[in-house]
Each structure stands twice: as structure tokens, then as C-alpha cells.
Design a protein around this ligand. Structure first.
Ligand code: SF4
Ligand code: SF4
Length: 463
């Protein structure tokens, strides 16, 4: 369970009181079960993000938010602006899932899954590989510049930029076809806007993950401000068991620290040195804490070394630390879960009941009706027909509610995947066949045994 391979030198650790130096946080790398989990989740999500634009479905890009055409293609489904309900439900499911997880596990999203954290740890990993451990990096920054430092720092920024450019490209490839964007960028024919957006997102990635890091979480992320509203006394967070740890202080490994009036905390400061937010969890729950578990792994390593029970810092609730045990009767948390499940059900129902075709009818607003030379009454419409699937659809248009109407305009054709077509149509009926001056009619679009209906009106003279 615990990583005992990493060595800990208590004396060396106590030399460094804080990982901050003139505002910069030198994060010490930490091994352990939570860091392993965080890395695995981080790599998995990052690979998904990078591979996402290259996934294909029925010969087309599987996930594409086509901004220009105002369509969202998702694994064979095309979501139109008319399907806003579906998107709104999806956002509500995501929001309530986040509320539920936060009420249950605190800021676990921030520590394990948020792109800001995943990219920040990736950048820190590159920094560590090129510039050395946290203490070495701190010393290097205090020393005069040398060729070695120049090469190492230059290499770090180069790799950061490469990662940032790859991230910027991947992000924009969700909004514009990935193959076109890649070819365009490689041949210099991508155009000004796509190039600008890729560079802008690359710059944001470089600054956020390379320079701002947890400052972004502390000062700019709105979630860090309101997440505490979802907490209750049973929310799990990284917490220091002060009852067990105090009074803190150094001691010999084999000493009977209880007899010396000491608790289990040896004040090695490792939990502070590994914290990406640069805080001391022993000061209590703080809003800068992203719940990443690095301090838990660091402290478990120390406890292991000293032969003390693990979990001096652990994921625990306020009630648990106060010795009140764990309760499942948590109204707010279960209410979030219930709303999330209800929204998910509604979203699935909306997705399953979604029509594969859309039909909108626009009446000619210039004249209500006109009489043709042959004495018939004619109304003019524009039909907007859209294929919301990613397969071609052969469609047939009809009208109901009129006696022997004469249809002028296209009635049957094949719509390409995701195609939307405007079709001008004139309908005429024999004078006298109308039973009222404003007749309710229905346009029907049929395909493969299914039909989509839209109401409209047919105007004529008073009978
Ligand atoms: S206090 Fe612990 S859990 Fe919170 S951010 Fe720092 S290392 Fe991560
Ligand atoms: S809480 Fe654990 S890691 Fe932090 S100073 Fe005490 S013993 Fe060291």
C-alpha cells in the first residue's frame, strides 16, 4: 500500500520550512498510492483529450463542435441549435455530478481530474527531469547563470511550449476538422483565425501550467470559491489528525515519544514541501487545498519510516476526526445525486426520442394568398429540412389538411449527413374547396417509415 522505496532524511527535510521562495513554489516530487492514482487518471484523461479529435465514426470525426455550421457531431449524432434542451440537460448532469462528488469527496475533481492540475503536474514533471529536485531547483535559481542552467532551463521551456502547442492544437481540433487543421498548419494554409486560436490556447496552457499553476486555482477559478458551500461535516478531505499528531516535534526514531509528551507528527515538513498549493495542511482545511493527496503520501512515508500507524494525514471528514464516525444520512449529498439521476434520465429520454430529421415551416409574409390565372388559391412557404444524423436520408414531403392540393417545388430528394436545405414550395387549391379562410394544415416529412410533422396555416378568401 505504502511506497517505502523513497528514502526520507528527517534532518534534511527540516532544513526547508516552506516550499515557497519569493512567491515561487518548489514542489517536491512524491511517490505513493494517491500520487500513483492521480498520475494514472491524469495520463488517461490527457491521452483521451489528445486522441479525441482523431477518433472516427462512420468515416467522419467522432467529436466535432462545428462552430461555423452551428452543429455538434457526437459519435454519429448531430446536435443542432434546436436541440438546446439536450445540451442544457447535459450541462446540468455535469454540474450536479460535480456537486455530488464535491459534497462526498471534497475537491477531488481539482486534485485528480481538473485539466489545470493534470497539466501543472505534467509541467512540474518535465521541470524535475531537466532541472532536478525541488531543493536543486531552488539552489539553481539562487546561483549565477551557467551554460548548464541555460541549457536545462531552455530545454524545459522548449518542451513546455511543445506540450502547449500540442494541447492548443488538440483543443481547437475539437472545433474544426482535425485532419484539415493539421494539414493547414503544416503547410501554412490553415488561415489566420485557426492559427490564432491554436497559438492563443497554447499560450494559455504555457502560462497556466508553467507559471501560474495553483495561483489559477486560488485566485481565478470560480469553483474554488463556491465549492465550500457544498461541504458538510461529513465531506472527505485531506486532513491532519491534530489529536494524534500534536504536540509535534523531532525525536529519535526509537524514542518513546509519548513519554516525552509528543504526538505522532515529527515536524519533518514533508507534507508542506510536496504541496503544490504551498500550504501547511496542519493549519486546518484551507481553500487553497486541491485535495490532491500528496501530503497524505508524504506523511504516510514518514509514518512508515518511524514505525507509526499510517494516516496521520488522511482523507477524513470533520465528524470522523472528532470521533463521531461516518453517517450515510446526508440529505444534501443525496439530493444532488437524485437531481443528477433525474437529469440523466431526462437527457437519455430526450436523446432517444430525438427526431432524426428537423422540419421548420416559414410562411411568405408578403402576401397571405394569391389567386392564380387558372383561378386557384395559392400560398407560398419556405421549408427548412435538416438531416440530424450522420447517414444520408431519402425524404418525401407531403401536406395534410387540404383537398387535392397542387404542390409546386421539390418533394423528394436525398439529404446528405448533417445537411440543412431551404426548399421554396407553393401550394394551391381549387377556389371553393376551403371551408374557412384560415385553414390549419400540417407539413409531413417521411423517411424510412418515420415521419416528422409541423403545423402551419393556409389562407384563402372568405368562403
Ligand atoms: S494540502 Fe495536501 S491535499 Fe491539499 S493541496 Fe496540499 S498536498 Fe494536496
Ligand atoms: S504531518 Fe506528517 S509529513 Fe507533515 S510534518 Fe508531521 S510527520 Fe511530517
Amino acid at each position: 500500500m505504502n511506497d517505502t522505496s523513497s528514502r526520507i532524511d528527517v534532518k534534511v527535510c527540516t532544513d526547508v520550512s516552506r516550499p515557497r521562495d519569493q512567491g515561487h513554489i518548489y514542489v517536491r516530487a512524491q511517490q505513493g498510492r494517491w500520487q500513483r492514482l492521480r498520475r494514472q487518471l491524469g495520463w488517461g484523461l490527457m491521452l483521451l483529450f489528445l486522441a479525441g479529435p482523431w477518433l472516427r465514426w462512420n468515416g467522419a470525426q467522432a467529436i466535432l463542435l462545428d462552430w461555423e455550421a452551428q452543429r455538434f457531431h457526437l459519435f454519429g449524432m448531430t446536435i443542432w441549435p434546436q436541440d438546446l434542451t439536450l445540451l442544457a440537460l447535459l450541462l446540468m448532469v455535469a454540474a450536479f455530478a460535480l456537486f455530488f462528488i464535491t459534497a462526498w469527496l471534497g475537491r477531488v475533481w481539482c486534485g485528480y481530474l481538473c485539466p489545470q492540475t493534470v497539466w501543472t503536474f505534467w509541467f512540474i514533471w518535465v521541470e524535475e527531469k531537466l532541472e532536478g529536485s525541488a531543493n536543486r531547483r531552488r539552489r539553481r535559481d539562487q546561483e549565477a547563470w551557467s551554460v548548464d542552467t541555460l541549457l536545462r532551463k531552455g530545454g524545459k521551456h522548449l518542451i513546455w511550449w511543445l506540450i502547449a502547442l500540442l494541447s492548443g492544437f488538440s483543443f481547437i481540433a475539437y472545433f474544426t476538422p482535425a485532419t484539415e487543421l493539421a494539414t493547414g498548419l503544416l503547410t501554412g494554409s490553415a488561415g489566420a483565425w485557426p492559427t490564432f486560436w491554436v497559438l492563443l490556447f497554447a499560450l494559455c496552457t504555457y502560462l497556466n501550467a508553467g507559471w501560474m499553476r495553483t495561483l489559477m486555482c486560488t485566485h481565478m477559478c470560480p469553483y474554488s470559491r463556491f465549492q465550500s458551500a457544498m461541504f458538510d461535516a461529513d465531506t472527505l478531505s485531506a486532513a491532519y489528525d491534530a489529536g494524534r499528531g500534536e504536540a509535534r516535534g523531532p525525536r529519535a526514531r526509537k524514542a518513546d515519544h509519548r513519554a516525552q509528551g509528543l504526538g505522532d507528527c515529527i515536524d519533518c515538513n514533508l507534507c508542506v514541501q510536496v504541496c503544490p498549493a504551498g500550504i501547511d495542511i496542519r493549519d486546518g482545511l484551507q481553500y487553497e487545498c486541491i485535495n490532491c493527496g500528496a501530503c497524505i503520501d508524504a506523511c504516510d512515508q514518514t509514518m512508515n519510516r518511524m514505525g507509526y500507524p499510517l494516516g496521520l494525514i488522511r482523507y477524513a471528514s470533520e465528524n470522523e476526526l472528532a470521533g463521531q464516525g461516518v453517517t450515510r444520512r446526508r440529505l444534501r449529498m443525496w439530493a444532488y445525486a437524485a437531481v443528477m439521476v433525474a437529469m440523466l434520465g431526462l437527457m437519455l429520454a430526450a436523446a432517444l426520442l430525438r427526431e432524426p430529421l428537423a422540419l421548420e415551416v416559414l410562411r411568405d409574409r408578403n402576401e397571405l394568398y394569391r389567386e392564380t390565372l387558372s383561378g386557384r388559391i395559392e400560398n407560398t412557404y419556405t421549408l427548412k429540412v435538416a438531416n440530424k444524423t450522420q447517414q444520408p436520408q431519402t425524404i418525401l414531403l407531403e401536406v395534410e389538411g387540404l383537398v387535392q392540393p397542387d404542390w409546386r417545388g421539390q418533394r423528394q430528394w436525398q439529404l446528405a449527413p448533417g445537411e440543412m436545405r431551404l426548399v421554396p414550395v407553393s401550394l394551391s387549391v381549387a377556389d371553393g374547396s376551403l371551408i374557412r379562410p384560415v385553414q390549419a394544415i400540417e407539413f409531413v416529412v417521411r423517411h424510412r417509415g418515420d415521419e416528422v410533422r409541423t403545423d402551419s396555416r393556409f389562407f384563402g378568401p372568405r368562403p
